[in-house]
Design a protein around this ligand. Structure first.
Ligand code: ADP
Ligand code: ADP
Length: 228
């Protein structure tokens, strides 16, 4: 699904170069649930941004669904993202002027899904994440936990092949966090590939494989032996 070959990313600002990632060699297969762990600043978000085609690498190669996308144009990357990837960020990136319902519906409008089908899909994910009763509210009118669940709903409503999640339970209490994780596990069991950045060893127990980063490099890869 996603493959990297000697992937690297160096940021340059004010003539200062920061090597955020170097020599990353990973192969993530369809249907995997991968956790990415490591201390703050080790390159987790950078890796997620590269795999999500939000940013471009400085060195190495990146393949997405068998196609090389290392130097793909912004337009092509946007198309790939829209068609195949769902994002759940720590900051929810919800649109304040739209209701919760409209926020979740937006990616389906971009994909030109017809209205009847859109309604069906939005209602389904809102029920699943228990936010249907807040459909007409605006993001600022609901709790952080509810906003987080709207962000998850928006990421999964298009049934993407890959979900990239950055601390998806970071702002949730443990019960709500567990609900979000269980939703991700269900989607994974339906074949969705999930790549999740997390600090929480609880959250990582849901994954099949853990990649540990340190100073921009992969230090260990563990296959989880949790049965779930
Ligand atoms: P993590 O997500 O593990 O905390 P990041 O991927 O955010 O790590 O950051 C990796 C390194 O790259 C850090 O040293 C960080 O300061 C640096 N970095 C991240 N984004 C930028 C940026 N836009 N410009 C300059 N340096 C950056
Ligand atoms: P949850 O755990 O479902 O996120 P909370 O316990 O945080 O719910 O909130 C309980 C109720 O209070 C919810 O109906 C929520 O909409 C409301 N609420 C919580 N925080 C806020 C807020 N900052 N602004 C408006 N309503 C809020």
């Amino acid at each position: 699904m996603i493959e990297t070959k000697n992937l690297g990313k160096t940021y340059t600002s004010f003539d200062i170069e920061t090597v955020a990632l170097q020599n990353i060699n990973l192969s993530i297969e369809k249907g995997e649930f991968v956790g990415i762990m490591g201390p703050s600043g080790c390159g987790k978000s950078t890796l997620l941004n590269l795999m999500g085609l939000l940013d471009v690498p400085s060195s190495g190669q990146l393949f997405f669904m068998g196609e090389e996308v290392t130097n793909a144009s912004a337009k092509k990357r946007a198309l790939f993202r829209r068609q195949h990837i769902g994002f759940v960020f720590q900051s929810f990136n919800l649109i304040e002027e739209l209701t919760l319902y409209e926020n979740i519906e937006l990616p389906l409008i971009y994909q030109r899904v017809p209205p009847y089908e859109r309604k069906k899909q939005v209602e389904l994910v809102m029920e699943r994440l228990q936010i249907a009763h807040k459909r007409k509210y605006f993001p600022k009118q609901v709790s952080g936990g509810q906003q987080q669940r709207v962000a998850v709903a928006r990421a999964i409503v298009t049934r993407p092949k890959v979900i990239l999640a950055d601390e998806p339970t970071g702002n949730l209490d443990s019960a709500r966090g567990q609900e979000v994780m269980e939703t991700l596990v269900e989607l994974n069991e339906l074949g969705t590939t999930i790549i999740m950045v997390t600090h929480s060893s609880n959250a990582v127990e849901y994954s099949n494989r853990t990649i540990h980063l340190f100073d921009g490099q992969v230090v260990t890869e563990n296959l989880s032996n949790v049965s779930r």
